[in-house]
Write a protein of this length. Structure first.
Ligand SMILES: [Ca+2]
Length: 105
């Protein structure tokens, strides 16, 4: 039986692979694939009215090696940064938040 953290890692990997395989290099996300991934898989975090200019700036920021595609390492760096921001945002949430894991005694 897998644990939530293991399931989260599998989801991160499988989501990347699903969208990257849609066209072109199956191991990298192009602009269209990344945009679709963000809008469909992170709908609560991505503004639906993101302008094309804003989206291009986001893509350029994620494309660290400037090869006009987002590889897995660049994608994971983005997921990591987003997780840091979420952790900061939820820092003052009540301790009985249902999303919060309980520590083993
Ligand atoms: Ca890249």
């Amino acid at each position: 039986m897998s644990r939530p953290l293991e399931e989260a890692m599998v989801a991160i990997i499988c989501t990347f692979r699903e969208y990257a395989a849609r066209c072109g290099d199956p191991y990298k996300l192009n602009k269209g694939e990344l945009k679709e991934l963000l809008l469909k898989e992170l709908p609560s975090f991505m503004p639906s009215q993101l302008s094309e200019c804003d989206y291009n700036q986001l893509f350029c920021a994620l494309d660290a090696d400037k090869d006009c595609e987002v590889n897995f390492q660049e994608y994971v760096a983005a997921m990591s940064s987003l997780s840091v921001l979420c952790n900061e945002f939820f820092r003052d949430c009540p301790r009985d938040c249902p999303a919060e894991p309980t520590c083993p005694k």
